[in-house]
Design a protein around this ligand. Structure first.
Ligand code: ADP
Ligand code: MG
Length: 411
C-alpha cells in the first residue's frame, strides 16, 4: 500500500480528536502504512503511541505491541478503549486471556499488548500463526540493547520471532538513544539504518539546574518550586523520609515505590495526576506511562542511572509546554559509590556502565551549557548556550566579572 496521508489525517481527527500530527508522527505513520520497518526515536511526551495506534486502526489485522510493563499496557489499553479502538492485553493478571486469544484469531482486535516474555512463549508463537498480524510495534525498544539503560534479555528474542513473519512491518519506538544505542537497537530488531527516524530532543521550556552540594536540601529546594512535581529518590526508604520532610514544610507530599500495596500505589498515582500542587517522592518505578502534562518540576535527590534516564525522568516536567524546572542534587559520593559498584558487574557490562558514569559526570560538572551536553549526547548540534540552564543563566555574569578583573589587572 502507498502512504495515505489524507486518510491518516482523517483518522487523526475523527478517532483521536487531534487537530494535527506533531513533529515526526506523520513521517512515521506514513512509513508504517507503506509497510516499511522503522525505528522512531522521539522524546518522552512526543506521542509515540499514536505512531502505531493510528496505523492499527487503518490496517488490516491486529497490531501486536511489545511493551515491558503491565501497568503501562493497561494504561494504554484504557486510553485506546476510550477512543473506541479495539484493544486488549495478554498478561498474567488478565483473567480473560482465552477470550482475548479468540478475538485475536477472529480478527476482532486492532491492538494486542504483550510482554516480551509472553511474546516469545511457544503458545503465543502458535497464536501468531493462527492470526492476522498487521504490524509489530516494539515500545521502549532501548530494552533490546545492552547499551540502553533498561536491558531486557527477552527483547533479544523478538527478532527471530518477527523474522517468521517477513511481510509484517516493524516499528520500534524509544525516547532515549544516543547514536550508538540507536544503531544497536535497529540492528537487534532487523531494521535497516535508513529506517531510523529521529525527532528533536530539545525541551526548551525545561530549565535545568544541578547542584553538587548533596541531597540534604531537598525539602527547602522544593519549597521554592511551585505546582505539582516529582522528586526522584534512590531507595524506598528515602522516598518515605523525604516525603515526610517536605510535608513538614507544609506542602502536600506523598511517596511511591514498588514495595507498596498495589492498590495504595495506584491511589497515590491517581491523586497525583489529579492534583495541581502535590509533590510525589518516588523511586524511578514512578512515571513511565503517566499522562500528566502539567508537572512543573522534577527533582533528582541523588544521581540518576544514566544521562538517558535523566533525560527521560526530567522530561516528565512541562509536557504542556509551560515553564518547568529539572533540578538535580548530587554529591561526589554518588560517583564514588557508582564506580565502586562497577566491580560487582559482569565483565561484559562494565565498559558500558563506566561510559555511563563518565558521561553523567561531564553533565553535572560542566561550567558550560547543560542543554548542549544533553542534546549533543543525542546527536543534535545545539547552540553554545541555551539561556535556560543554571550555567547559562549564572555563569556569564561570573565570567564577565572574571574577565573584567583580568583586564584591570593586566592594564
Ligand atoms: P510518548 O510515548 O512519546 O512519551 P505518548 O504516546 O504517551 O508519548 O503521548 C503523550 C501525550 O501526547 C498523550 O497525552 C497523547 O494523547 C498526546 N498526543 C499524541 N499525539 C498528539 C497530537 N498529534 N496532538 C496532540 N496531542 C497528542
Ligand atoms: Mg510511550
Amino acid at each position: 500500500t502507498a502512504p495515505e496521508p489524507i486518510k491518516a489525517a482523517d483518522i487523526l481527527h475523527r478517532v483521536f480528536g487531534f487537530p494535527a500530527f506533531r513533529g515526526v508522527q506523520e513521517d512515521v505513520v506514513n512509513r508504517v502504512l507503506a509497510g516499511r520497518n522503522s525505528l522512531a526515536v522521539m522524546p518522552t511526551g512526543a506521542g509515540k503511541s499514536l505512531c502505531y495506534q493510528l496505523p492499527a486502526v487503518m490496517m488490516n489485522g491486529t497490531t501486536v505491541v511489545i511493551s515491558p510493563l503491565i501497568a503501562l499496557m493497561h494504561d494504554q489499553m484504557r486510553a485506546a478503549d476510550a477512543v473506541g479502538i479495539r484493544a486488549a492485553t495478554l498478561t498474567s493478571v488478565d483473567d480473560n486471556r482465552a477470550e482475548t486469544m479468540e478475538r485475536f484469531r477472529n480478527g476482532q482486535l486492532d491492538l494486542l499488548y504483550v510482554a516480551p516474555e509472553r511474546a516469545n512463549s511457544f503458545e503465543f508463537r502458535g497464536l501468531l500463526r493462527e492470526s492476522k498480524i498487521a504490524l509489530f510495534a516494539i515500545d521502549e525498544a532501548h530494552c533490546v540493547s545492552e547499551w540502553g539503560h533498561d536491558f531486557r534479555p527477552d527483547y533479544r528474542l523478538l527478532r527471530p520471532l518477527m523474522d517468521d513473519f517477513p511481510h509484517v512491518p516493524r516499528l520500534a519506538l524509544t525516547a532515549t538513544a544516543d547514536a550508538h544505542t540507536r544503531a544497536d537497537i535497529a540492528e537487534q530488531l532487523g531494521i535497516a539504518p535508513d529506517g531510523i527516524i529521529i525527532s528533536g530532543f530539545d525541551r526548551p521550556n525545561i530549565r535545568y539546574a544541578m547542584n553538587g552540594g548533596g541531597k540534604g536540601g531537598v525539602a527547602s529546594l522544593v519549597r521554592s518550586l511551585h505546582g505539582a512535581g516529582i522528586v526522584y529518590a534512590q531507595t524506598r526508604d528515602r522516598t518515605e523520609k523525604i516525603a515526610a520532610q517536605i510535608a513538614a514544610t507544609g506542602r502536600t507530599a506523598r511517596f511511591y515505590h514498588a514495595g507498596m500495596e498495589p492498590r495504595v500505589r495506584a491511589k497515590a498515582q491517581a491523586d497525583f495526576v489529579a492534583s495541581e500542587d502535590m509533590v510525589m517522592v518516588a523511586t524511578v518505578a514512578f512515571g513511565m506511562g503517566i499522562d500528566k502534562p502539567d508537572v512543573r518540576f522534577v527533582v533528582h535527590a541523588g544521581l540518576p542511572k544514566s544521562i538517558e534516564s535523566y533525560y527521560q525522568e526530567s522530561g516528565r516536567a512541562g509536557r504542556d509546554g509551560d515553564p518547568a524546572v529539572a533540578h538535580m542534587l548530587w554529591s561526589a559520593g554518588d560517583f564514588t559509590r557508582a564506580r565502586e559498584r562497577l566491580a560487582e558487574l559482569p565483565e561484559e557490562r562494565r565498559d558500558a556502565e563506566r561510559v555511563r558514569i563518565d558521561t553523567l559526570s561531564r553533565l553535572v560538572e560542566t561550567h558550560g551549557c547543560r542543554r548542549a551536553i544533553l542534546l549533543r549526547h543525542f546527536g543534535e548540534d545545539p547552540p553554545e548556550t541555551c539561556g535556560n540552564c543554571d550555567n547559562c543563566l549564572e555563569a556569564p555574569a561570573v565570567k564577565d566579572a572574571t574577565e573584567l578583573a583580568q583586564k584591570l589587572l593586566s592594564a
